[in-house]
Design a protein around this ligand. Structure first.
Ligand code: ZN
Length: 177
């Protein structure tokens, strides 16, 4: 019999989770199942994971996405319609994003953007595939994440690299009760 793997939950969270956000609300989003908290927000922060950045005060680093702490295995879904990009090519995410990061290109009146989903595993979509809103994409894991299972959600103008990342809040569509 396989040894059961402990799965963190809201009552017994991953001990590696460290929150570097003052926001203590629990949020829902079309991109994930359940209700979870922001571990690290977009932009300057004092977590130990990022090198000091000239845009930030003191020794603060810059986070290019929003990290949502969630139990390992939490279902991740498409919060909007789009097309899954090839893993290589312009803006290809590096190893820090885990073993199976993937991007979904979404088109809007304001232009095309690449939504990057990182630290996921059990990815169920292939490059070139069209996804529809609410479609199951993957599950949350700690692949490439030293700080526990979470969703790293990042948005960049189409084809751009990490330095072009924008505040992903409008795409993440967080709501709280
Ligand atoms: Zn992150």
């Amino acid at each position: 019999m396989p040894v059961p793997v402990p799965v963190p939950s809201e009552s017994d969270p991953d001990p590696r989770w460290q929150f570097f956000s003052k926001d203590k609300h629990w949020y829902r989003s079309p991109w994930f199942a359940g209700q979870h908290q922001i571990m690290i927000g977009f932009g300057c922060n004092d977590s130990p994971w990022y090198a000091p950045d000239a845009r930030c005060p003191g020794s603060d680093g810059f986070h290019h996405g929003i990290d949502i702490a969630m139990p390992c295995g939490t279902p991740l879904r498409a919060g909007g319609a789009g097309v899954v990009l090839a893993p290589d090519g312009p803006g290809a995410p590096g190893a820090a994003y885990g073993t199976e990061p993937f991007r979904i290109r979404v088109s809007e009146a304001s232009g095309s953007y690449d939504v990057l989903i990182a630290h996921a595993d059990q990815v169920m979509v292939k490059s070139g595939e069209k996804v529809r809103r609410r479609q199951r994409l993957a599950q949350a894991s700690d692949s490439g994440a030293p700080d526990g299972c979470h969703l790293h959600f990042e948005v960049r103008p189409a084809g751009r690299g990490v330095d072009a990342a924008v505040d992903p809040s409008p795409w993440l569509q967080l709501t709280s009760d």
